[in-house]
Design a protein around this ligand. Sequence first.
Ligand code: ATP
Ligand code: MG
Length: 552
Amino acid sequence: MSEERALNFIEEIVEEDLVAGKNGKRVLTRFPPEPNGYLHIGHAKSICLNFGLALRYGGQTNLRFDDTNPTKEDVEYVDSIKEDVKWLGFNWANELYASDYFDKLYDFAVALIKKGLAYVDDSSAEEIASQKGTPTEPGTPNKYRSRSVEENLQLFADMKAGKYPDGAKVLRAKLDLAAPNMHLRDPLMYRIKHTHHHRTGDKWCIYPMYDFAHGQSDAIEEITHSICTLEFIPHRDLYNWFIEQLDIFPSKQYEFARLNLNYTVMSKRKLLQLVEDKHVDGWDDPRMPTISGLRRRGYTPASIREFCERIGVAKRENMIDVSLLEFCIREDLNKTAWRRMAVLDPIKMVITNYPEGQTETMFSENNPEVEGGEGGRDIPFSRELWIEREDFMEEPPKKFFRLGVGLMARLKSAYIVKCDSFVKDADGNVTEIHCTYIPESKSGNDTSGINVKGTIHWVSVPHAHTAEVRMYDRLFQVEDPSNEDGDFKEYLNPTSLHILPNAYIEADLASAVPGKGYQFIRKGYFTLDKNSNAGKLVFNRTVTLKDGWVKK
Ligand code: ATP
Ligand code: MG
């Protein structure tokens, strides 16, 4: 984190609170995911903000699962969320579950009923909606609103005891049916749902609504700064009202703009559709904007944290260009990735004046960006090499500094070669090129006096390993698929995955380490896929070397 940047508005608030001695000068934030999907890059922004604040001000952060909606939640999601937060580099003070507070929340609800501030309503969802009025007209109270405290206590206890079917009754706050803020017009506190919960099992058949669970959970944990996204601004008055009426710890809610990224979708509901309809290979498909997808793609935690730092914390929504995310990983990998040679679209080169059966080794540094190169490896060189098809041209234009008959180029970390001829198959495709090498031109000991402009990569034919290389492009063809006509899935990019089944890689890459980034020289940054194994090596392209993306 760069220390020089200006404070964001939430840091300013925290600093003011610390100066004023609020909350006993304590900072306790929380990250509150609902375990109904995998975390995405938008969540990373919230994680970096919440954990970052605590780190900066000597505080702590709770990981709280907001598991009040039993129908959509799952232990698989809980596990993945924990893994992702840890992987991003953050440690939570406590792992907590809103469902652990169900007893307390029930008691809070009873306390409000006793104060005459909550009532059981038998109306249907439609009736409740129709009685709510409009922003310019007040709502109309129904006959249930005047139920006695005793009756409400009994009915609420019966709701809890399972006497009523789903939807038969709800508990509502008795607040203000004329409030300009519609969220204050007697909001729902509890609904009946006879559903198994991933933690509380079948103990409960009534579940608290978000508005009655979130603020109270914050207060129970004595969260000092409860940070959420802008769409919760209209909920803030209600958040404060419940806390005031219950006279519990005064947590405060602050809102910031959610992260929107172009060429993708970010709602868990939509990401789930992509998974269920098999448009992608699971939540961690390398094209997904999920943390697990980015990890499988080869993103590093540092690059994601840097991205979140760069986009900052704003009060107004905007759309961030995905090329900024790509820029952050490119910068990181440029400094850390080991350089290797891989030929993705191979064509054979025969060096006709190099002795048959001879092998020598060429030394090359792992990382020229670092003093000392982080060591290096020996690359076997022989008479037959694979080179990239695009590095040869039958009829090279002027200023083509690679190979064509009569042209010279340097083989990276090895010799200068001159192209003499090429061979074609019956279909007219070039299958082989023939070259001669200059023995005095060996890299590091070049006495040839020949200057060539182009350097190309290569892999020795008898020493090469094969690999499948997966090239990824943006998942969607349009910047904001959620804002187009029709279904967002119509805008999927049909060529977002391009598989190169037969790449040749230098021998050293056969022992590539999972989770590590490699620069395939001149080709981009790559990492092993999780399904790679010794029998079949699979690499994912993390990002290209340069930003070459052009709008279609
Ligand atoms: P989605 O709409 O993708 O399903 P959500 O808001 O329902 O996301 P939660 O699990 O409730 O997901 O979110 C946990 C926390 O992450 C919340 O505080 C939420 O505000 C924050 N968050 C979710 N999406 C983003 C985003 N795109 N940018 C910043 N913060 C986000
Ligand atoms: Mg949510």
